[in-house]
Design a protein around this ligand. Structure first.
Ligand code: KMH
Ligand code: ZN
Length: 272
């Protein structure tokens, strides 16, 4: 079985220090959290950035500052900026970090309810536009799918040339408005992607570690981090993203799966 790629989603756009005081906002805090995850075994950092007061932003300058600072401490880590940003941002606002030509970026493959009155909007034209920009800028998309229909959309757009194959998917499971984090649904998503695809699973909240185990056993890859879950175990806040990554490393070792270095992750994902 291929080695396990661990992605750390260290920050997100919605989670706050009120949920866990270790959630990073400043450049220094982002570096601290990225380094804790990298030292524990993460090879990819899925990155959102914030203003110092926690407000989500897709500012190119802010991404550049955070990426450069992370690269000083973790020189070989793969940085994967979000193009999802936060609900309500415009397409061009969201695309700003792709102007920095990162190796990877997320590509959200459909619209969903995002709690309360919020709608995370990704029309077909938006997805096509983002796909074109990523091809133009030499970026490997991580196709974020919050439901099965989004896999179908990604496959349709790949046929039309907006997304290159083999596709790398991220099954984001357990968002209020998306597919649940039940094992049955994981098996459904996992069985719905082409054989040459790769995938990582991001279980939200209490689904994080059970779905990590499912992916470890199945040969998939795993995303953890404060964006998805702030608890190490029931009622126990994680002190850092590194603690969440370290738990996945322990689980993988128990189950006989080795952890990929960033160089190995690049090979698996076709980045190198
Ligand atoms: N913050 C969510 C609205 C992504 O990073 O591409 C979108 C999100 C997806 O987090
Ligand atoms: Zn994200």
């Amino acid at each position: 079985m291929e080695k396990l790629i661990i992605t750390a989603a260290i920050c997100g756009a919605e989670v706050l220090k009120e949920h866990n005081p270790a959630v990073p906002y400043t450049v220094e805090e982002c570096v601290r959290e990225a380094k804790s995850a990298y030292d524990a075994g993460a090879s990819i950092i899925h990155l959102h950035v914030r203003e110092d007061d926690g407000t989500p932003t897709q500012s190119k300058a802010r991404f550049e500052a955070v990426i450069n600072a992370i690269k000083k401490e973790c020189p070989d880590v793969i940085i994967q900026p979000s193009t999802g940003g936060a609900v309500g941002m415009t397409d061009d606002e969201r695309l700003q970090p792709t102007e920095l030509h990162p190796e990877m970026a997320t590509l959200d493959c459909g619209t969903l309810n995002f709690g309360g009155d919020d709608i995370f909007e990704n029309t077909e034209n938006t997805i096509r536009y983002f796909g074109e920009k990523m091809i133009e800028r030499g970026i490997k998309p991580e196709c974020e799918v919050f439901d099965k229909s989004m896999i179908d959309m990604a496959l349709r757009l790949a046929k039309k040339g907006y997304i290159k194959s083999p596709i790398h998917f991220d099954f984001v499971m357990g968002v209020n408005g998306g597919i649940s984090g039940d094992l049955r649904d994981f098996v459904f998503l996992r069985g719905s992607i082409p054989a040459d695809s790769t995938y990582t699973v991001a279980g939200v909240g209490r689904y994080e570690f059970p779905l990590a185990v499912a992916a470890i056993i199945d040969g998939g890859h795993v995303r953890v981090g404060f964006e998805d879950n702030v608890y190490l175990s029931k009622g126990v806040l994680a002190k850092s993203n590194g603690e969440l990554v370290a738990k996945v490393v322990r689980l993988a070792k128990e189950l006989g799966r080795e952890i990929a270095t960033p160089a190995e992750a690049r090979k698996i994902l076709g980045l190198a």
